[in-house]
Design a protein around this ligand. Structure first.
Ligand code: 3PY
Ligand code: MG
Length: 255
């Protein structure tokens, strides 16, 4: 992303080390272990990060909340990026940075157990510069305070959760997000991120939505989680096998 390249991001919701491996080898530049809505906890997240270590993908963790203990623990477990949900104010953005950055940029406590193994003996010297920190914008308050959040030193970019964003604007979650209020707000967030020289990422339910967001200029596009990819591939296989009239439309959920 620093070289101006647009990236694709895989997303893990199943709590499986095998699916982590599959997604890590699929060709995504990064793969995110989703500890907010994924069906697992820390004890499953850890082996998923270990599985990702055997692949070329950069491991990111979407933490369940802006909680310093959880953020520091995920980084110690080897995450090289943090996506933090529902950042509403500059103060919350500062709290996120404080947890994710070592002194002098923040107050992350030292104990990078897997970080050292994964990042090398000089991990400490590079962690602040290499670990990417995304603040999620997906609430009315977050939209209102977008410029202050983007101005926060140590926040590398914002990541849009289109489902929560749609909900807070009075629209529906899903996969296409054609409601004009959602369309305009997503374009606004991207434009403000650009104006601040920060990255902008977005969750997409599938590859078609991801293609649209790449063309729009997003730095990082998620292409649906592995559970929804599995579901749509399974439905497509059934449809193909039955040739017609299966009643399944192959569509994917918004998450
Ligand atoms: C959202 O769309 O709100 C997300 O957080 C993506 O998982
Ligand atoms: Mg969300």
């Amino acid at each position: 992303m620093l070289a101006g390249e647009r990236t694709t991001n895989g997303w893990l919701a199943l709590g499986s080390t095998f699916s982590a491996e599959i997604m890590g080898h699929a060709g995504f530049e990064s793969v995110t272990v989703d500890c907010q809505h994924g069906m697992f906890d820390f004890h499953q997240m850890l082996p998923m990060l270990q599985a990702l270590s055997a692949t070329p993908a950069t491991p990111i963790v979407r933490v369940p909340w802006n909680d310093p203990a959880i953020i520091m623990h995920a980084l110690d477990a080897g995450a090289y990026g943090i996506i933090c949900p529902m950042i509403n104010t500059a103060q919350e953005a500062k709290k996120l940075v404080h947890a994710a950055r070592y002194e002098p940029l923040g107050g992350r406590s030292y104990g990078p157990a897997r970080g050292l193994l994964y990042g090398g003996a000089d991990y400490f010297e590079h962690a602040n510069a290499e670990i990417v920190v995304f603040a999620m914008i997906e609430t009315r308050e977050g939209i209102a305070n977008l410029d202050e959040i983007l101005s926060t030193s140590g926040v590398d970019g914002v990541y849009i959760g289109p489902n929560d964003l749609a909900l807070c604007l009075g629209a529906k979650p899903g996969s296409d997000f054609t409601d004009q209020r959602v369309v305009d707000t997503i374009a606004h967030i991207l434009a403000r991120a650009r104006a601040h020289g920060k990255f902008c990422g977005i969750f997409c339910a599938n590859g078609a939505a991801g293609a649209k967001r790449r063309a729009q200029g997003f730095d990082l596009v998620t292409l649906g989680h592995e559970g929804s990819l599995l579901a749509s591939a399974a439905k497509a296989a059934i449809e193909t096998a039955l040739a017609s009239g299966s009643g399944l439309d192959g569509s994917q959920s918004g998450y």
